[in-house]
Ligand binder design. Sequence first.
Ligand SMILES: [Zn+2]
Length: 207
Amino acid sequence: MKVRAQEVKSRIFELSGGHPALDLVNTLDWRFRDSGPEELLEDYADVVRFVEQTGLMNAMDARKLLRSASENKAAKVLVSVRDLREAAAELLYAAVDGKSPSSSALKRLEEFFASAREQQKLRWDGEKLEWALPQASSFPSFPLWLLSLNTETLITSEQMPLLRECGNAECRWLFIDTSKNHTRRWCDMKICGNRMKARRFKAQHRD
Ligand SMILES: [Zn+2]
């Protein structure tokens, strides 16, 4: 388990993807493990905590949002965030494998991006115009819109050729490889790197 969760309240996400959209995909942990993955977004509070920890939302807005969202609405947003994540995962893993994404993944992403864009309003920030989302705390879907727009930003960006996956076949966490010679192999050296090194060492010294 990659998350230090002494208690669910203080779940701390490991943000090693280099982009919130990749960290989101990585919240289905051990996605390729034989015994099944581990869900790190267990409830709406996890979604809000995740968005706050990625720096996309401030702590005050996060608290207000958690207080104001109805149970029913929160449950729906959780389902949508997971749907967005899985559509993004389908496209991104196809991309790292050098394949084209399925048209169904594209269609689902298009819907998420379009409905988030619909919420944006033009705002004068003092120097220039910008597209901005409405005030966070009054909209339970705010984390979904933020994550949709961030996913769109990454997938349509020049960073995509630097998309890589962790070399541990059960992990395959995604990251943007910004290392100098583009030689990064692990989500985290401490988590997967050392374990894989130990495994190789054992294999080489079996006889
Ligand atoms: Zn890994």
